[in-house]
Ligand binder design. Structure first.
Ligand code: NAD
Length: 486
């Protein structure tokens, strides 16, 4: 179990100063025990205002730095993350309840790599050729930063989400006000002193607090030019409404309900291992979680049986960190929400509990890893994002039906198809309306590749050079000149 790194940092970062918030103090919990770790004062309205003004002031200087200079700073941030990685992994484990060994191996490693990737990517962007597209005029295209970006993050991967948002926005030459989730501010606040030492005042500001208090002030402020949110669909809708008043650019990464199409000829062992790992990773609090299985009739029964046994063997809430594979839900509210989804599902006579389906007795906000079979396409549990350790299985006969069902969803973030026939895999993958489709895998991300959704999963890309484009604007410069040299 992770010990508490002391002292816990509680200061916000505003205009180059580490200051305590002057709003109400809110408890920060350890979801693995339910204990209060610390109380952190939210940013007051005047502090949010000061952060935005500082970012606005810092923009002129930061926007004029060269890609080489910004890359240098991003590499230094990656080094700082690396130096602090043990402390940050411990904080991530404490504040999210996730196993420490996974926070180290996955979250921290990914966050460091993202800063390194964007340091390289910003130095080798490509674009349209300059040239004479009208006689007597030379055109060239620039990519310029937007100004102040408000970045608003969720609680499921706090340091990784911070990296996804901060690195491309800074690389593109913007200044930021970053707001972590009100539930999980500890890791970014612990990194704040190092960030402050590396960046000019005002380039990156960090304010803590709730969505309705601090977040809504950020998204409605006229000086903020872009809002980037990873969060719930309802939050995305509120942000769009607020942003429309000043026509801000928005970058929304919202929920998911990933279909997993398992064909008769799939490698059953690989499917079972894949769904056991990636349907339940982070206790299913992942927008790409492999949570909605469509299993073809010929493999369905064996899959339900073997997956049921595999899911029942998932280890959690043990005393030794190394033994745990998943953590708790983030809050009692989230755990109860998951429980109520499962309760309603099991109220349907056709849905069968294969394993789990109960709140774990003992401290913390754990919910048993759950597998439900016999689910039908229009069941709530198949249609709505649970964001917990719950996977459903639905039987299908023909692949066309599976593709129709997979696409019959409000969401469009991630999907996978499992078959040993490449022809079939490609035909299915090409028809799926999802930002990402894995073949014989699920969940894997690479910093070089775009991550983002369609439909109500939002738009805008994280990771990859596509993200640099989202955080910048294309401008055309056209010079008139003569056509004949004297
Ligand atoms: P949430 O929408 O409740 O909160 C996300 C952030 O938005 C928080 O910082 C919150 O304070 C802020 N917020 C809430 N209301 C706001 C408002 N009115 N104005 C401004 N800010 C506001 O989401 P969550 O519960 O923290 O995270 C879970 C959700 O995030 C899930 O739906 C999940 O699918 C989604 N998610 C998506 C991705 C992705 O890449 N698409 C990744 C992770 C999580």
């Amino acid at each position: 179990m992770p010990g508490t790194p002391t002292p816990l940092c509680t200061a916000l970062l505003i205009d180059g100063e580490l200051v305590e918030g002057c709003g109400p103090a809110e408890p920060i919990l350890n979801p693995a025990t339910g204990e209060t770790l610390v109380r952190i004062a939210e940013a007051g309205v005047e502090q949010v205002e000061a952060a935005i003004v500082a970012a606005q002031r810092a923009f002129a200087g930061w926007a004029r730095t060269t890609p080489q200079q910004r890359a240098g700073v991003l590499l230094e941030i990656a080094d700082a993350l690396q130096r602090q990685q043990e402390q940050l992994a411990c904080l991530e484990a404490l504040n999210c309840g996730k196993p420490l060994h996974l926070a180290r191996q996955d979250d921290l490693a990914a966050a460091i790599d993202v800063f390194r990737f964007f340091a390289g990517a910003v130095r080798c962007q490509t674009g349209q050729l300059a040239g004479e597209y009208l006689p007597g005029y030379t055109s060239l295209v620039r990519r310029d930063p937007l100004g102040v970006v408000a970045s608003i993050a969720p609680w499921n991967y706090p340091i990784m989400m911070a990296a996804w948002k901060i690195a491309p926005a800074l690389a593109a030459g913007n200044t930021l006000v970053f707001k972590p989730s009100e539930h999980t501010p500890l890791s970014i606040l612990a990194l704040a002193p190092a960030l402050n030492a590396l960046l000019p005042p005002g380039v990156l500001n960090i304010v803590c607090g709730g969505g309705e208090s601090v977040g809504s002030h950020l998204v409605s402020h006229p000086a903020v030019r872009m809002v980037s949110l990873t969060g719930d669909i309802v939050t995305g809708q509120k942000i769009l409404q607020a942003a429309s008043r000043t026509l801000k650019r928005t970058h929304l990464e919202l929920g998911g309900k990933a279909p997993v199409i398992v064909c008769d000829d799939a490698d059953l062992e690989a499917v079972v291992a894949g769904v056991r790992a990636y349907g339940y990773y982070n206790a299913g609090q992942d927008c790409t979680a492999a949570c909605r299985i469509y299993a073809q009739a010929g493999i369905h029964d064996r899959l339900v049986e073997e997956l049921g046994a595999a899911v029942a063997s998932l280890r959690f809430a043990g005393k030794r960190d190394a033994d745990n594979e998943i953590g708790p839900l983030i809050t009692p509210r989230q755990r109860d929400r998951v429980a109520s989804f499962v309760e309603r599902a099991l109220g349907q006579p056709h849905i069968e509990r294969v394993t789990g389906a109960a709140v774990h007795s003992g401290p913390g906000f754990y919910y048993q890893p759950t597998l439900l079979a016999g689910c039908r396409q229009h069941d709530e549990i198949v249609q709505r994002e649970v964001f917990g350790p719950v996977v459903t299985v639905t039987r299908f006969e023909g692949l066309a039906q599976a593709v129709d069902w997979a696409n019959d969803s409000e969401y469009g973030l991630a999907s996978s198809v499992w078959t040993q026939n490449l022809d079939k895999a490609m035909q299915v993958a090409n028809r799926l309306q999802y930002g990402c489709t894995w073949i014989n895998s699920h969940f894997m991300l690479a910093s070089e590749m775009p991550h983002g959704g369609l439909k109500r999963s939002g738009y805008g890309k994280d990771l990859s050079s596509d993200s640099l484009q989202d955080y910048s604007v294309v401008r055309h410069i056209m010079a008139r000149h003569g056509e004949h040299l004297e």
